[in-house]
Design a protein. Structure first.
Length: 375
């Protein structure tokens, strides 16, 4: 895990943090939404106060693309930068990490798909997450769309863990209701998938369990009001801890499928996860019912006198209710997903790195059946 600076107003420490890493001329990576919300202005002011020169790259789209990473690397070299600051949600931080790979390692970003393929250390990295969703500011993941193959590439490397991660709950006050709901359910998916992962450890369990509890207690309130600072702070902490959990325990079938869908179709990652999560939980229940019983407890369900299977179903029902309460999509078809898409997506999903740590063995037929149930 990186050094973490958490708390309201911590975004103002971005410049000072970069200086501590030896930076003199930084590349700031962000997107139009962060700029419009005014958070980039704070970062720029912080850099100026710290005596840093800077250049800003903001050509980042949702479900970031391989060519964006290549453009960012060229921009970095043209401006002779020596460190990087990322300010934004999951898409910004994914492309930010991809740019960092290319500026020191060269080649194409597709060269680094998979696990531990980065050979040369990256520039000093300061990441400031703004969505309480992806957890990417503390993880060893970068997920980038391969535009030629029309799939999301998962890049996993300890090199992608930043030097310093900054989490400022104040940045959540400008998020839309829909994005708050979508990213919040992404947090829950991270926490649940890492908790039942075959690579889970006592350390990752601590983070995952606390994140599940925090989401259950705060996501509805966070969606209901932009001014609920307590809920925002708790969701920011949930995202941070879920990120630490999945960075070390990896994920499962939900993310393997949502990566595959997001690589081909312009759908919100958190929305896809929200629809798939209860179906995958139901599929995985057989593999580790004790863990699903714990999840039900963490979600606040009364499971006294229930069998392991009955308690696990309580957890699944709670996730469905939470998703419904906050207005998240309930079917993939609501987002434009159609029956004919299932065949290709299923084949791609089975190759995703996240499928390796799913608690139950899964076949391409299983993936097809899950997608049909979610349709």
């Amino acid at each position: 895990m990186p050094e973490v600076i958490f708390g309201s107003g911590s975004l103002k420490q971005v410049g000072e943090s970069a200086v501590r890493l030896g930076a003199r001329n930084v590349l700031i990576v962000t997107d139009p939404g962060v700029m419009e919300a005014g958070w980039l202005d704070q970062v720029v002011e912080s850099c100026r106060d710290a005596g840093l020169s800077y250049a800003c790259f903001h050509d980042v789209t949702p479900n970031p693309k391989d060519f964006e990473a290549e453009q960012g690397a060229i921009f970095y070299k043209e401006h002779e930068c020596d460190a990087m600051i990322g300010v934004g949600g999951g898409s910004v931080i994914d492309i930010y990490k991809a740019v960092a790979i290319l500026v020191t390692n060269g080649g194409k970003i597709s060269d680094y798909e998979g696990v531990d393929r980065i050979e040369v250390p990256l520039p000093p990295l300061v990441m400031a997450g703004t969505t309480a969703g992806s957890g990417s500011e503390v993880s060893q993941f970068s997920v980038i769309v391969d535009t030629e193959l029309k799939k999301k590439m998962t890049i996993v490397s300890k090199s992608l863990v930043p030097d310093i991660a900054i989490v400022d709950p104040e940045t959540l006050s400008t998020k839309s209701v829909r994005l708050t709901a979508s990213t919040g359910l992404d947090v829950l998916t991270h926490a649940i998938e890492s908790f039942v992962s075959v690579a889970a450890t006592p350390m990752t369990d601590v983070f995952a369990k606390n994140a599940i509890r925090l989401v259950a207690e705060n996501l509805r309130s966070s969606v209901a009001s932009k001014l609920n600072t307590e809920a925002k702070e708790n969701m920011a902490m949930a995202s941070l801890q879920a990120g630490l959990a999945f960075s070390n325990a990896i994920l499962g079938a939900v993310h393997a499928m949502s990566h595959s869908i997001g690589g081909r179709y312009p759908m919100l990652h958190g929305d896809v996860n929200a629809v798939l999560l209860p179906h995958v939980m139901e599929f995985n229940l057989l593999a580790n019912p004790k863990r699903f019983r714990e999840i039900a407890e963490l979600l606040g369900e009364n499971i006294n006198g229930l069998s392991l299977a009955e308690a696990g179903k309580k957890a699944i029902d709670h996730v469905k209710s939470l998703s419904l309460d906050i207005g998240a999509p309930q079917r993939l078809s609501e987002m434009g997903f159609e029956e004919h898409m299932i065949e290709a997506i299923s084949e791609i999903a089975l190759q995703d790195a996240c499928m390796i740590t799913n608690p139950r063995d899964i076949t391409v037929l299983d993936v097809k059946n899950l997608l049909r149930k979610a349709l």
